[in-house]
Design a protein around this ligand. Structure first.
Ligand code: BYC
Length: 327
């Protein structure tokens, strides 16, 4: 360690560590992984806690729009698949909370931030799910967008986050296919079923494009997150990639993507799309989306209903520790 010129200066800045900083920069420059044991700048740690906890909250709140349909799924097979999917989302939340905990934040603290409405979670889960076709549209569009955004996160510089993402992406890929298959079946059904599928696509398409975050020139975190190899692509690049992925799939399904200006741009080798309604995005982020209040109310309720489980688990752990100490 480089000796500080005045040891009192080092004491004043408890996070300062010149060797640690140099080693961190080397890891990033080599595109290597930063692990919990490694020294890291405070801003890097905070950025990761912000992104990973928001991501974990999204998975947990994201269980609600779909769990709404478990009791009404049209067949036993569909019910079993949907239950497995919702359970997967709970698992994703748990891996991600665990990854965030390696950065020094407690799970209780994160949960408190969520139930007090102080934490962000993905805008997409503040929309309602009035029909069965919404299960198809969520799988196809929401999980599709999630895969597009999250596959690059498997290479995020922070080890526990990147490793959690590998398993999450495998499961998301199954989720996306099950959504596609629900829509495909509806699109091969009666006129009413086709209309229901198209209506769900019409309602979920634009919110799914908003999942990638604000446009690049209004994304305050992107540049630093990309410099630290947390994010690998910009919000707009991923959004563009997603649209490119959807167009041929929409053709197979026989659904229309609700954008009259959607057109291939030969020069850019990408699709042109209409201007996104960012006012709607900001309204949802401000807590004024169609289902924000309901999602938080239900989350608080579930937290209170689960108090006895947390107490029982803590008591069990206490007894185990006491038995181990006695032995
Ligand atoms: N919704 O500077 P920016 C799932 C916030 S779960 C809400 O671009 P960043 C699934 C952003 O947090 C899918 N907030 O930020 C689960 C920032 O606010 P703060 C969840 C958003 O972090 C169940 C501000 O806007 N996926 O797939 O560089 C069932 C400025 O944005 C949103 C993840 O969480 C949004 N859409 O980039 C089915 C992926 N967009 O924190 C499916 C991990 C932006 O400064 N996260 N904001 O107050 C990421 O990749 C990045 O955090 C984002 C945003 C691309 C989302």
């Amino acid at each position: 360690m480089t000796a500080p010129a005045d040891p009192r200066v080092a004491q004043l800045d408890e996070h300062r560590d010149d060797d640690g900083q140099a080693r961190f920069e080397e890891l990033i420059a080599q595109d290597s992984r930063v692990e919990p044991r490694d020294w890291m700048p405070e801003a890097y740690r905070k950025t990761l806690i912000r992104q990973i906890s928001q991501h974990a909250h999204s998975e947990i709140i994201g269980m609600q729009p779909e769990s709404n349909w478990i009791s009404r799924a049209p067949s036993l097979k569909r019910k079993a698949i949907l239950m497995a999917k919702v359970q997967d989302e709970a698992g994703h939340g748990l891996y991600l909370y665990s990854a965030a905990q390696t950065l020094g934040i407690g799970r209780d603290e994160m949960m408190q931030q969520l139930i007090e409405g102080k934490a962000k979670y993905s805008s997409i889960f503040n929309y309602t799910t009035p029909t069965w076709a919404d299960m198809g549209a969520i799988g196809w569009l929401v999980d599709g967008a999630a895969i597009c955004n999250q596959v690059p996160l498997c290479r995020a510089s922070y080890g526990p986050y990147g490793r959690a993402m590998v398993r999450i992406c495998k499961e998301e890929s199954f989720h996306q296919r099950q959504g596609f298959e629900i829509l495909l079946e509806l699109m091969q059904g009666t006129d009413d079923q086709k209309r229901m599928a198209q209506d769900a696509v019409d309602r979920w398409y634009w919110p799914s494009l908003m999942m990638f975050g604000p446009p690049d020139d209004e994304s305050p975190n992107s540049a630093q997150s990309m410099a630290w190899n947390i994010k690998r692509f910009s919000n707009d690049d991923l959004r563009q990639r997603f649209v490119g992925m959807l167009v041929p799939q929409a053709e197979v399904l026989g659904v229309t993507l609700p954008d009259p200006n959607l057109a291939w741009n030969e020069e850019r080798q990408a699709y042109d799309i209409s201007e996104i309604d960012w006012t709607e995005f900001h309204e949802v982020l401000a807590g004024r989306g169609p289902a924000n209040a309901e999602r938080l109310r239900r989350r608080r309720e579930a937290h209170e209903e689960g108090a006895w489980v947390r107490e029982a688990a803590a008591e069990y752990a206490r007894k185990q520790a006491a038995n181990a100490a006695a032995a």
